[in-house]
Design a protein around this ligand. Structure first.
Ligand code: ATP
Ligand code: ZN
Length: 300
């Protein structure tokens, strides 16, 4: 099993990223972004029919995120957009102050913590969910105020997701299909992986209970790949069943009044790229033939 020894990690840090003066925030090299594009294409190849494609900016509505319950569950990860307010003289005076950041005013925007959050209010705004359910393909740059910055844990990273909104059995079936398909995709990329029951990084003491309950109900699975080490594999995909969390918040209902639930499968594109480099080396031209056959690097 290939793990990332220190020397290799150094190489990846040098070859893949440029430092941006902040922990967990990097400039991506052309090569890294080409691999991200290749991964995006592989994920698109697995897209189910009748899936609506939406690409979101890296910011979203603060009130929508509040209504989604994010502040209760993950306040420690949230980043919000603040700006300078006032007339020209006030703004000039403020930026002269060394403590100018204390003068920032909140805006209506937060940094999106996951690609799927904006899709639930958007779907709710269109009226009842049809009996055949709804499928979305979404992506955005995400921000999380992470406490640690080991390799693979960024503050700013690219997330791609497929989302299902429909009857509970439909959502569970969607997730089951994607757990299998996610494994197939990892195999096509020549990655070693395990799939395990997991929990979200909920905040505080109440959060520990929420995480336990999530594990008990098997609401989240992760596809884990040995990127930094085999002992602490990295979550590169997650398969989530939200029950009525989002449908309750957004009063998403079905045409005939039956229960509607949601689920999503999320791909951490940067982590998948790192996993490929860790396993096959930093030069995609030297990756195994079988992997190259499945990976559209030459098309980019
Ligand atoms: P972790 O357990 O590693 O903190 P998570 O459970 O919070 O991850 P999800 O909310 O399920 O992750 O996010 C979906 C996917 O996004 C993850 O499987 C991972 O691949 C990617 N991801 C999450 N957080 C980060 C991060 N800080 N940097 C890079 N990728 C991330
Ligand atoms: Zn999601």
């Amino acid at each position: 099993m290939s793990t990332l020894v220190e020397k290799q990690q150094e190489l990846i840090n040098k070859a893949m990223f440029g430092e941006c003066g902040s922990n967990g925030v990097y400039a991506r090299t052309e090569l890294f972004e080409q691999v991200i594009n290749g991964l995006s294409r592989v994920i698109t190849r697995h897209r189910e029919p009748n899936t609506e494609v939406l690409r979101f900016p890296p910011v979203m509505s603060r009130s929508q995120l509040e209504r989604s319950g994010y502040l209760q569950s993950f306040p420690h990860l949230l980043g919000a957009v603040s700006c300078l307010a006032g007339d020209e003289a006030q703004v000039r005076a403020t930026v002269e102050r060394p403590d100018w950041p204390t003068q920032l005013s909140p805006t209506e925007l937060v940094l999106s913590p996951a690609a799927c959050y904006p899709v639930y209010p958007l779907a709710a705004g269109r009226g009842p969910v049809p009996a055949r359910g709804l499928l979305f393909d979404v992506a955005s740059y995400c921000f999380r105020h992470e406490a640690t910055h080991e390799l693979g844990r960024f503050q700013s990273f690219q997330m791609r997701e497929y989302v299902c909104i429909g009857a509970p059995a439909m959502v569970l079936d969607f997730r089951k299909r994607w757990i299998t398909r996610g494994g197939d995709l990892a195999k096509q990329l020549g990655l070693d992986f395990t799939i395990a029951n997991a929990s979200d990084p909920f905040f505080g003491r109440a959060g520990r209970l929420a995480a336990m309950s999530q594990l008990e109900q098997a609401l989240k699975f992760e596809l884990l790949v040995p990127v930094r080490s085999a002992e602490e594999p990295t979550a590169c995909m997650s398969f989530n069943y939200h029950l009525d969390h989002f449908t309750g918040a957004w009063q998403l209902s079905s045409e005939n009044g039956t229960t509607v639930h949601t689920g999503c499968v999320a791909f951490g594109l940067d982590r998948l790229a790192l996993a490929l480099f860790a396993k096959h080396g930093v030069d995609p031209r030297e990756w195994p033939t079988e992997v190259r056959r499945n990976f559209p690097f030459d098309e980019i």
